[in-house]
Design a binder for this molecule. Sequence first.
Ligand code: SAH
Length: 263
Amino acid sequence: MPAFHEGEVWLVGAGPGDPGLMSLYAIYAIQNADVIIYDALVDENCLSLKAQKAKLEFVGKRGGVKSPKQPEITRKIIDYAKQGLKVLRLKGGDPFIFGRGGEEAITLAHKKIKFRIVPGVTAGIGGLAYAGIPATHREINQSVLFLTGHDEKGQLSNRIDWEAVAKAAPVIVMYMATRPFEQIQKHLLNNGRSENESIAFVMHATTKKQKVVISSLGNAIEDMQKYDVKSPAIIVVGEVVDLRPILNWMDDQEIHANESYHG
Ligand code: SAH
């Protein structure tokens, strides 16, 4: 293992939840860190390997209480590093996929603080795999598109070219998209995607609470309400969803909302 030096920051992806999906580097970092600064989406089970003396600092949103702002989090990381601690910044999924890992690392680079990036399994790939949905399948899609429903203001970005998105890839994987989904659905349907396309909502992917709702793009809003689709959820639109009946290997909770779905 590479040495985790004092005064260094490791920016690590913990994966979508199941601790078994953490890399050896992630586990090593958890075992050796002096302080662990972690988000709401980091599963508590991932933290159980920490050294007894290690300080845990939660910087996510909890029980309606807002999370600290990004500059505050970055300041904490820098302060701890300057105190000579081994600082682990632990994030859900992969730090560089809709995880602000780049923003934090840029600040560290500017401050000349040494850092290492440890990629993690992102929810939009690993979470889908736990629902028996491959992000790509040779007969179905030659490209896949990742989209976020949150911009820096927490809203659906008005910089998204929906015509391009709708045409670009047969499979669209969406993060942080439950709240603005009504808008997203309209944009996709107005730009040529079919109402009959399969859609899956994978909630709490890879954890014991994993729940999957299968619907169609046209019925999605109704079914989201009916089946209580809530964050955290990965949303995937496209024919790869239809492979779930064959590939589903986990004993999760499943709701086939779409009656025309032949699972
Ligand atoms: N960096 C993370 C994504 C952070 S954005 C990654 O690579 O996975 C937060 C969004 O990720 C959530 O709103 C949700 O859309 C998705 N997400 C993260 N973990 C998830 C999980 N266990 N189950 C379902 N969605 C998850």
